[in-house]
Write a protein that binds this ligand. Structure first.
Ligand code: COA
Length: 475
């Protein structure tokens, strides 16, 4: 009897606790005690125990594919409540792209939409518009990366949004900023090409190359996230929202800043750190592709290591940094190069870089990339092993820091993802699985928007939140 009583008590306690959690979810953080100069007093809670950087910020997430979702995932990791609006029945198109587990959301989707809630709304349905207007009133930021004009066509113009909520920040990713291409739809590689990355990537004698890093999509998402948190900060002072635009061409160009630097240098003379200079090949009028030359003033190249014949990633990036030239000469067995005027100075070495790297490679080919890493780092020579995705996925130190995380998902099971790469001592990110399509529709209608059950019934019966029936679709 006593045991049953105890169990009942425990059950009641858990119920109360879960009610408490629900209540906390929709609550803004409590105002803090102020110091004499009006600033909040430092928290007395332990680091990591006083909410997150963006606790209390609510995002109306209209993003899809990669660029926008990268941005809102970062904001979610930083503590924002991200409400992802998806088209009923379909959702973000990436849910069904590159599917590896039949019937489950793709890794493309799951790896870009952690820590978010999903609500399905037909934004063109009158009842859908009603729900969206209510969401606009209770959110701080609307983020979107539709094709140009799509948001306006939904009726969600800046004027409409601002009438409902003057504090709203409206943040957009577009392919291009204002100009001749502003109406174009843009994907990752288009941005890499238009932003100057492709023309400066690859080998001189080969065609332009796109990179594996998603600098157009994820890079622009990052830029947008910075714009959003800055706009939130400015709003604290001005009380009003603003538009934030990150164009993918601009984002890529920002990441290719050193190449625009070189464009101006080339007009004044040859780019002496490019191996093309050492090989005596004249420069044209635009920055050429530089293969694996390092972008800075310290020459570098990718060299073969032991096992390269069978392992496509048995390579190391080797930098002949001037202050450690003597150590390099010792390691590779060329001690006379330390004092030989033909090799002793960076300027003397420039025309011979190809031959010098060939000599260093004779040495690196006798070691594995990890052995080269260990030997070189002992004497401060900067080198970087070419790590395969398999090696990165299995690297224990990345698991330990939460940069590579294993997540469980109800329909796909366990999978690996990249966690928040930004580590903050008082805002610690946990990685929660991506939401199922419309998983939080009811919760958002009742808890966030406080719709009555009668209203919820009316909205649902209108068809604004569900996929059109097959016959209607066909008609
Ligand atoms: N309810 C009803 N309609 C919805 C909806 C919803 N919840 N969500 C989206 N839609 C509609 C849009 O209103 C739009 O309709 P419209 O053209 O009649 O106005 C339509 O879906 C398609 O949107 P769109 O953005 O044009 O998608 P797309 O698949 O044709 O194009 C991109 C995809 C990425 C090329 C395009 O969105 C784009 O250029 N975005 C900006 C740049 C960008 O972010 N690119 C990188 C993507 S990783």
């Amino acid at each position: 009897m006593a045991v049953r009583k105890k169990a009942r008590k425990a059950k009641a306690k858990t119920k109360a606790a879960s009610r408490k959690v629900v209540k906390l979810k929709s609550k803004k953080p409590a105002a803090r005690a102020k110091t004499g100069n009006g600033l909040p007093r430092p928290s007395t809670k332990s680091y990591g125990q006083d909410g997150k950087a963006l606790t209390g910020v609510r995002i109306l997430d209209f993003t899809h594919v990669q660029s926008g979702p990268t941005c809102t995932q970062l904001l979610a990791w930083l503590g924002a409540d991200v409400i992802k609006v998806e088209r009923p029945g379909v959702g973000d198109i990436t849910r069904g792209q590159l599917v590896d587990v039949k019937g489950a959301d793709s890794l493309y989707f799951t790896m870009l939409n952690h820590n978010k809630r999903s609500i399905t709304i037909d934004s063109k349905h009158p009842q859908g518009k009603r729900v969206l207007d209510e969401l606009i009133k209770v959110c701080d930021v609307l983020v979107e990366n539709f094709a140009p004009g799509a948001l306006d066509r939904m009726g969600l113009t800046w004027d409409h949004i601002h009438k409902l909520n003057p504090r709203m920040i409206v943040a957009s990713v577009k392919g291009f900023g204002p100009g001749p291409y502003e109406d174009c739809k843009v994907y990752e590689n288009v941005a890499q090409c238009a932003g100057g990355s492709a023309s400066t990537t690859g080998f001189r004698e080969g065609p332009p190359l796109v990179t594996g890093a998603q600098i157009g999509d994820s890079g622009t998402g990052l830029h947008l996230a910075l714009g959003i948190v800055s706009a939130l900060y400015q709003r604290n002072r001005t009380g009003r929202g603003q538009k934030v635009l990150a164009a993918m061409q601009d984002g890529v160009l920002n990441l290719c800043r050193v190449k625009l630097r070189d464009q101006q240098r080339i007009e004044k003379g040859p780019l002496t750190e490019y191996s093309q200079y050492g090989e005596g090949i004249p420069f044209g009028s635009a920055v050429p592709r530089a293969g694996n030359d390092s972008g800075g003033g310290q020459p570098g190249w990718i060299l073969k290591c032991k096992g390269w014949e069978t392992d496509p990633d048995a390579y190391i990036y080797f930098i002949t940094q001037a202050p450690v030239w003597e150590e390099i000469c010792e390691l590779i067995g060329e001690p006379t190069w330390k004092t030989d005027p033909e090799y002793a100075t960076p300027r003397a070495r420039l025309p011979k870089l190809k031959a010098i790297f060939a000599r260093i490679e004779q040495w690196t080919m006798t070691k594995t990339k990890f052995e080269v890493m260990e030997i070189c780092n002992k004497v401060d020579i900067p080198v970087g092993p070419i790590l395969s995705m398999k090696e990165i996925a299995e690297e224990p130190s990345l698991r330990k820091t939460g940069t590579v995380v294993e997540v469980d998902h109800p329909t796909r099971g366990k999978y690996l993802t990249v966690g928040n790469p930004i580590k903050m001592s008082d805002s610690i990110s946990d990685v929660k699985r991506s939401p199922l399509l419309g998983e939080h529709t009811d919760e958002i209608l009742s808890e966030v928007l406080k719709f009555s059950s009668k209203d919820i019934g009316e909205i649902k019966n209108s068809g604004a939140l569900s996929a059109p029936k097959k016959e209607e679709k066909a008609a």
